[in-house]
Design a protein around this ligand. Structure first.
Ligand code: NAD
Ligand code: ZN
Length: 252
C-alpha cells in the first residue's frame, strides 16, 4: 500500500491539471450514508422510489419526508479528513477542481473553493410550476415548504430523471478532457452521466487514481492505481506523502 500511495503522490505532483470526482462514499465518515451501504436512511427510503422526479411530481409530500430526514443528517454533518485533505491539496496548488455528485456542501466546509456541483445544491428551493426560487433557510419552518403560488417547492438538487445543470455538465466535460490526473473517490460510478467523467478523462490520457472501500467496475477497466480503504485515511496518507515529497506549494 505504501508503494501505491507513493506512486499516486508522484502522479499528482507531476500533473498540471488534477481533478477529483467524488461521490457519496466520501461523506460516509461524516455520518451521511451512501446509497449502496446497508442500513441508515436508504433502508427506510428506497432511492428508486423517493429520489426520482416522477416520484416528486406524483407525491411531493411523501418525498419531503425523505428530504427532511436527509436534511437533518446533512445539517449535522461535519467535513471529515478526506474533505479537509482535498481542501489542503487545493491550497497547495495540487488539486484544481472537484466535481462532486454530493449535495451536502461538505467540500466547501472542508476548505475547497473550486467545487463543481454536478447534482446541484440543496441551499435553494424552486417552484416547478412558476419558477420562483427561495433560500432553503427561509423555508425551514414550513413542512412541506410551499411557493407563494401554493405549490410544494423542490430543492435544487438533481433527482433521477432530471438533467444535469448545463454549466456543471459542460465545465466537467471540458475539465475531464484536459485533466492529467483524476482522483475518483467514494463513488460506485453507476449513476449516469457522472460516470462518463472517468472514461472521458482516460480517453484523453489522464491517469486515474481510484479511492474506494470496495472494487468498482472502474477498478479493472480504467483505474491506474487503486487505493483500497476509507476515503479519510487514504486521502490523508496521500496528502502527507505529497507534503513529504513535494514540500510546500506547487508552482503552476
Ligand atoms: P454510491 O452510494 O452509489 O456509492 C458509494 C461508493 O462509496 C461505493 O462504491 C462504496 O464502496 C464507497 N464507499 C463507502 N464508504 C466509503 C468510505 N468511507 N471511503 C471510501 N469509499 C467509500 O454513491 P454515488 O456513486 O455517489 O451515487 C449515488 C448518488 O446519490 C449520487 O448522486 C450521490 O451523490 C447521491 N447521494 C449523495 C449523498 C451526499 O450528498 N452525501 C448521500 C447519498 C447519495
Ligand atoms: Zn410557484
Amino acid at each position: 500500500m505504501d508503494k501505491l500511495i507513493a506512486r499516486a503522490a508522484e502522479m499528482v505532483i507531476n500533473s498540471n491539471l488534477t481533478l477529483a470526482l467524488t461521490g457519496a462514499g466520501i461523506s460516509v465518515e461524516s455520518g451521511i450514508p451512501d446509497f449502496r451501504g446497508a442500513g441508515g436512511l436508504w433502508s427506510k427510503y428506497d432511492p428508486a422510489e423517493y429520489a426520482s422526479i416522477e416520484a416528486f411530481r406524483a407525491d411531493p409530500e411523501k418525498v419531503w419526508q425523505m428530504l427532511r430526514d436527509m436534511d437533518e443528517i446533512v445539517s449535522a454533518a461535519k467535513p471529515n479528513k478526506a474533505h479537509i485533505g482535498l481542501g489542503e491539496l487545493e491550497k497547495m496548488g495540487y488539486l484544481h477542481y472537484i466535481i462532486t455528485q454530493n449535495v451536502d456542501n461538505l467540500h466547501q466546509e472542508g476548505g475547497s473553493r473550486n467545487v463543481i456541483e454536478y447534482h446541484g445544491n440543496s441551499n435553494t428551493l424552486s417552484c416547478l410550476w412558476c419558477g420562483k426560487k427561495y433560500k432553503s433557510d427561509a423555508k425551514r419552518s414550513e413542512f412541506p415548504p410551499r411557493c407563494e403560488c401554493g405549490k410544494i417547492l423542490k430543492p435544487d438538487v438533481v433527482f433521477f430523471g432530471e438533467p444535469i445543470p448545463p454549466e456543471a455538465l459542460s465545465r466537467s466535460f471540458q475539465l475531464a478532457s484536459s485533466a492529467k490526473v483524476l482522483l475518483v473517490i467514494g463513488t460506485s460510478a453507476l449513476v449516469s452521466p457522472a460516470n462518463t467523467i472517468p472514461t472521458i478523462a482516460k480517453q484523453n490520457h489522464a491517469k486515474v487514481i481510484e479511492i474506494n472501500m470496495e472494487r468498482t467496475h472502474l477498478t479493472n477497466s480504467i483505474t491506474d492505481i487503486f487505493l483500497q480503504g476509507s476515503a479519510g485515511e487514504i486521502v490523508e496518507a496521500v496528502v502527507q506523502e505529497i507534503k513529504r515529497r513535494g514540500g510546500g506549494n506547487h508552482l503552476m
